[in-house]
Design a protein around this ligand. Structure first.
Ligand code: FAD
Ligand code: NAD
Length: 454
């Protein structure tokens, strides 16, 4: 039956959720002519997240890190559909997804269903808040373009409000206090950018209140950047000290109000102390949490019941316990860190897998056709048998696709003042260094990543 469908041109519906690192890497490398490709994402552009912290201070223009999905699709050999919508439910039993247009402009139809034969979930993750009261109401996050824009507006608002006539010194200090919670790479890079912004702009624009400008980075663990070597952690901490960025480690934020945060500090003697930190701008960067859609899908699949951080996938990125569903990037648990590097390699792997699957099906159909012709016209049998054997050899070669293997290209984080820290394994073994040269390397490494993804 499937063979008949194949021979009359039936193409499988390949539905791809998301337009982030994982899904876009898949799209770029996928031979779209083999499938009926449908992309569903509320964001109609790809976002180059490594440069997002630089957008908060206007160092980089936001349009330069956005790539429209329509443009990506236009460059494909065969057309693919795009719906600007959020997938709100995956019915794994019926193989149908529910999509909803949550944009400001809605037509008469804004909720509908899309059937799939194959589904790729690449919806990324949400900002983790751990249910800490006041975080959602009072903080800025740093994940999307609108977050970077909101941060920039708020910084300038704090500066102007601090400069308001008759403002008291204590209130000026509060307003000019920029607090970043979370000492992972997002928090560290943003704190570095803030300090640059102060040196390059604020000091010149509003010298009368510039002395009150202060950046504090709050981290629950004993040090920032836990994924880097001790040498680079020390380098980051000493650079921040020089730049007057205060790092408060072993400090766990417990509550957030509109003007201060409350945090528990663990003292060396083991005692805990509650402190209040007034702020003007609060940026919350404490990592990832599951999206409701992912939680909902996991709850439908018994094999996912022990997975906590996302959709458990096998070595071919198939969602365990599900039929015809794959997952990539931050929403998938494949044993790697939730990074753009991992997501893009996973997406590229799925493209190779799907391209291969399509070729396999075509070759299997050819073998079937040749075998049938052998029965009908026995006269040409030697030639046909030869052709069958050669097609089968091709089939064996392409069927033998190796499982996904992540190749780590190194970790880099910008720490301000034209400096970056890098743990890079692909330059003569292990290289761990920091300083101005690393910064130049950081920029060019990411630029080359940018071009190589084209
Ligand atoms: P994302 O890129 O987050 O994309 C998810 C997509 O799914 C989006 O298009 C979203 O709109 C869409 N979506 C969401 N919900 C739905 C839904 N219900 N239905 C359909 N679509 C949906 N990693 C590095 O390796 N190097 C770096 O230098 C680096 N820097 C970073 C800097 C910042 C500020 C941040 C926040 C992250 C950084 N990362 C970096 C991490 C990296 O961005 C993520 O690991 C990566 O984006 C994950 O890719 P993804 O495809 O899983 O998800
Ligand atoms: P993260 O998970 O790496 O770090 C979050 C930090 O917040 C942790 O160190 C955690 O201890 C701290 N934290 C959590 N709750 C807290 C609380 N209540 N009070 C104080 N501190 C608290 O998150 P991230 O920095 O957003 O990074 C997310 C992912 O994106 C990571 O995989 C990271 O490697 C990747 N990323 C990479 C880069 C880069 O390579 N340059 C940049 C940004 C993000």
């Amino acid at each position: 039956y499937l063979y008949v469908l194949g021979s009359i041109g039936y193409q499988k519906n390949l539905v791809i959720l998301g337009t982030g690192w994982g899904s876009v890497a898949l799209l770029k490398k996928l031979d779209t002519e083999n499938y009926n490709v449908i992309v569903v994402s509320p964001r109609n552009y790809f976002l180059f997240t490594p440069l997002l912290p630089s957008c908060t201070t206007g160092n980089i223009e936001h349009r330069s890190i956005m790539e429209p999905v329509r443009q990506i699709l236009r460059s494909k050999k065969a057309s693919a559909m795009y719906y600007e919508a959020e997938c709100t439910h995956i019915d794994a039993e019926r193989k149908v997804i529910k999509i909803s247009d949550n944009s400001d402009v809605k037509g008469d139809v804004h909720v509908t269903e899309v059937p799939y034969d194959m589904l790729v979930v690449g919806v990324g993750a949400e900002n983790a808040t751990f249910g800490i009261p006041g975080v959602r109401e009072n903080s800025c996050f740093l994940k999307e373009i609108k977050d970077a824009q909101a941060i920039r507006t708020k910084i300038m608002d704090c500066v102007e409000t601090a400069g308001f006539k008759d403002q008291k010194p204590e209130e000026i200090s509060r307003l000019m206090h920029m607090v970043v919670v979370g000492g992972g790479p997002t928090g560290v890079e943003f704190a570095g950018e803030l300090r640059d912004f102060f040196d390059e702009d604020i000091k010149k624009l509003v010298p009368e209140i510039a002395d009150s400008f202060k950046v504090t980075l709050v981290e629950a663990l004993p040090n920032v950047l836990p994924m880097f070597s001790k040498q680079l952690i020390d380098y980051t901490e000493s650079t921040f000290k020089e730049e007057h960025i205060e790092i408060m480690t072993k400090t766990m934020v417990k509550n957030v109000t509109d003007k201060y945060i409350e945090a528990e500090i663990s003292r060396p003697d083991g005692k805990k102390e509650l402190t209040r930190i007034p702020y003007g701008l609060l940026v919350w960067a404490t990592g990832n949490a599951l999206r409701p859609l992912v939680k909902d899908l996991m709850s439908q699949i018994p094999a996912q019941k022990d997975s906590r951080r996302g959709l458990a996938v096998n070595e071919y990125l198939v969602v365990q316990g599900a039929r015809d569903i794959w997952a990539v990037g931050d929403c998938a648990v494949a044993g790697y860190a939730p990074t753009a590097q991992v997501a893009s390699q996973e997406g590229a792997f799925l493209a190779r897998l799907f391209n291969n699957m399509a070729k396999t099906e075509a070759l299997e159909a050819k073998v079937h056709e040749l075998s049938s012709s052998l029965n009908v016209q026995p006269g040409n049998s030697a030639q046909v048998v030869q052709e069958i054997e050669s097609t089968e050899r091709q089939l064996r070669r392409i069927k033998d696709i190796k499982p996904f293997h992540y190749s780590h290209q190194g970790s880099l984080a910008y720490i301000g003042s034209e400096k970056a820290v890098a743990d890079v394994a692909w330059l003569n073994g292990n290289l761990a260094s920091g300083g101005k040269l690393t910064y130049l390397f950081w920029r060019s490494a990411y630029l080359s990543m940018c071009f190589s993804s084209e």
